[in-house]
Design a protein around this ligand. Structure first.
Ligand code: WT7
Length: 586
């Protein structure tokens, strides 16, 4: 069929799970969805049972569950093998005293061991804490310390980034390697696999309200906060996997995110396995030719990625794209930052499919606003509320604003995916619910007359670079650890490729000269201690930072306005000093 541009892009023909959005929305109840789970009959709950063991019990043991591809390396793992391997590791974890509710951190590259470790920990009722492989020592330490990690599963390379003596609660470090590649005090998992026979009934039955996975996300102030999700979220993850990802029996599904980010766990592991998909697991870094090669080799049919990735692929050009056969792809989705209409256009013209935007957050546990494959897309909009989800655009006093007006994007807090708590921080948790019954996202948006939601930006200082949320405070704190830096204010600067880049304004300590070399040294310092995406791509030296008069808070809003040559708005709180730019010397 031909596609017309303008306000809407009509759906492509297809046998989609959810066809009539309005009708389904009307008759929707979460209780009805619960009936698809085995625990509805048996009363025995564990998300990993529903993801893995259940499919084996129902005769799908031979079906391919995970397909790992990295360079020329390929490993396949059926549902039966996935059950056996997770049983085996779960038995080992139990043998080492891991109990329900314990925090098991997983610090591994995106590979089968990573997936198996996360699933095995949850199988015995523990809380899995997946860590992004790009994290450096301090990022790992902050998270594991906050959470009182009892066990760490890592490999010989990433394991070198942590110092075991830093963690008072850490009892065991498992390393996916032979004993000779482990250092003292570490346990070789290869050896344990040979020594330990897997138990048969290894599953720990839990309550729907029990936690199963924790994801850390940046806050605008202070250290990253731990968002804990409960087994109940499986209801929401499963049904969005079915209706939004539109997973069918024959689908080969690929989510490009690492399980250390919530997209890589919820939509990289749980939602697709709950729907018994074949899940592609890709190792290695982002490069257009690798990604196209994965699609071609694994015959990916459903592909979930991010605007930044689509923009990079677009920038690679047609040559690259034309040298691969991507005809298996039938459904593409996006998340993490606003999806540019140009990317949707690229998808239609070059891949022959629409790219479906989805909106949610680490805290919300699963999709809230979506574009369904059977529905029209309005480029520039994130889509409409998923059935069972009530979106509200509220003003400062918590009242809903009229259609078309910008306000705070909020959601009724009555759905099963919503976080259970912020680890060790009930006050922070409460701050999400200032108005009765509403979850406040921190995003600004408006809704049109058809219920389509249009994202306007975040109402705090959060930076979103390549789909990753970066809290300015974490970067600023790191910057001022450098001996040359006295003060730092960090903002997101709009960038065509990455959405935003991290830009830092710093004030140097006396005795230091603002040379290009010094600034590069400072940048690399942040990169080696936090993560590549947190390192400022631009650093500018100032004589003073703009701050509030009374509390001395850095006014990032003013820095941003200055950077963008815009009016800074209300500056009545601004301290008297003049923030002169300092020229570089060499
Ligand atoms: C923030 C949440 C869980 C998804 C991955 C990011 C931004 C997310 C969209 C979208 C515009 C989006 C929002 C949100 N965001 N999806 N489709 N369009 N912005 O999870 O790290 O918790 O970040 O990402 O600002 O609040 P996260």
């Amino acid at each position: 069929m031909t596609l017309t541009y303008g306000n809407v892009i009509p759906p492509l023909d297809g046998n989609y799970h959810l066809k009539d959005y309005l009708k389904v929305r009307e008759g929707f109840s979460w209780e009805q969805v619960e009936k698809d789970f085995s625990w509805y009959e048996s009363g025995k709950v564990n998300i990993v049972y529903e993801c893995v063991d259940r499919h084996v019990a129902e005769g799908y043991g031979e079906k391919l569950a995970l397909h790992y591809l990295h360079g020329s390396k390929e490993v396949r793992c059926t549902y039966q093998e996935l059950k056996d391997r997770t049983d085996h590791l779960a038995t080992i974890l139990k043998k080492y005293g891991v109990q329900k509710g314990d925090r098991v951190f997983i610090f591994l590259p995106k590979n089968l061991d990573c997936y198996i470790s996360i699933l095995a920990a949850i199988k015995i009722g523990a809380i899995a804490g997946p860590l992004f492989e790009g994290f450096m020592e301090e990022s790992v330490r902050d998270r594991m310390l906050d959470c009182g990690a009892k066990v760490l599963i890592t490999d010989p390379v990433l394991g070198k980034r942590i110092t075991k003596s830093d963690f008072p609660d850490l009892q065991t470090v498992f390393v996916v390697a032979e004993a000779e590649d482990c250092t003292e005090g570490e346990v070789s998992l290869y050896e344990e696999y040979r020594k330990t026979r897997a138990d048969q009934d290894v599953i720990e039955w839990v309550d729907l309200e029990d936690g199963f996975v924790i994801h850390y996300t940046s806050g605008s102030t202070g250290k990253p906060k731990g968002v804990l999700h409960r087994h109940r979220a499986m209801i929401h993850q499963y049904i969005t996997g079915k209706w939004v990802l539109d997973i069918h029996e024959e689908d080969i599904y690929w989510c490009t995110s690492h399980p250390g980010w919530v997209t890589g766990s919820v939509y990289g592991i749980f939602a697709p396995l709950l729907n018994r998909a074949t899940v592609v697991v890709n190792g290695g870094r982002f490069r257009a030719e690798f990604w196209y090669d994965i699609i071609q080799r694994a015959k990916v049919t459903i592909w979930y990625s991010a605007p930044t990735a689509f923009r990079m692929l677009m920038a690679e050009g047609d040559e690259e794209l034309k040298s691969f056969d991507l005809s298996s792809v039938r459904h593409v989705l996006s998340v993490g930052e606003p999806l540019n209409p140009e990317a949707i256009k690229w998808g239609v013209e070059k891949l022959g499919v629409r790219i479906h935007d989805t909106w949610w957050m680490t805290e919300t546990g699963a999709h809230l606003i979506v574009n369904l494959p059977s529905q029209s897309i309005k480029p520039g909009s994130m889509g409409r509320a998923f059935p069972g989800i009530t979106v509200g655009i509220l003003d400062e006093s918590g009242r809903e604003v009229p259609v078309g007006e910008i306000g705070q994007l909020c959601v009724k807090a009555d759905y099963p995916g919503l976080m259970k708590e912020i680890w060790n921080n009930p006050e922070k948790y409460r701050s999400y619910f200032p108005y009765d019954g509403w979850y406040v996202s921190g995003d600004l948006a408006y809704v049109d007359e058809d219920g389509y939601v249009f994202f306007q930006g975040r109402n705090d200082d959060m930076i979103n670079s390549s789909g990753e949320r970066i809290g300015p405070f974490e970067v600023e704190s790191k910057l001022i650890e450098h001996p040359a830096v006295a003060e730092a204010g960090v903002i997101g600067k709009p960038d065509g490729l990455r959405g935003e880049i991290v830009k830092a304004f710093i004030v140097l300590r006396p005795g230091y000269n603002p040379t290009a070399r010094l600034l590069e040294e400072i940048r690399l310092f942040v990169r080696s201690e936090l993560a590549t995406h947190s390192a400022p791509r631009e650093i500018e030296v100032l004589e003073l930072l703009p701050k509030t008069r009374i509390s001395g808070k850095i006014m990032r809003r003013v820095l941003k306005a200055w950077e963008l040559n815009q009016d800074a708005g209300d500056t009545s709180q601004l301290d008297g000093g003049v923030c002169l730019r300092v020229a570089l010397v060499d």
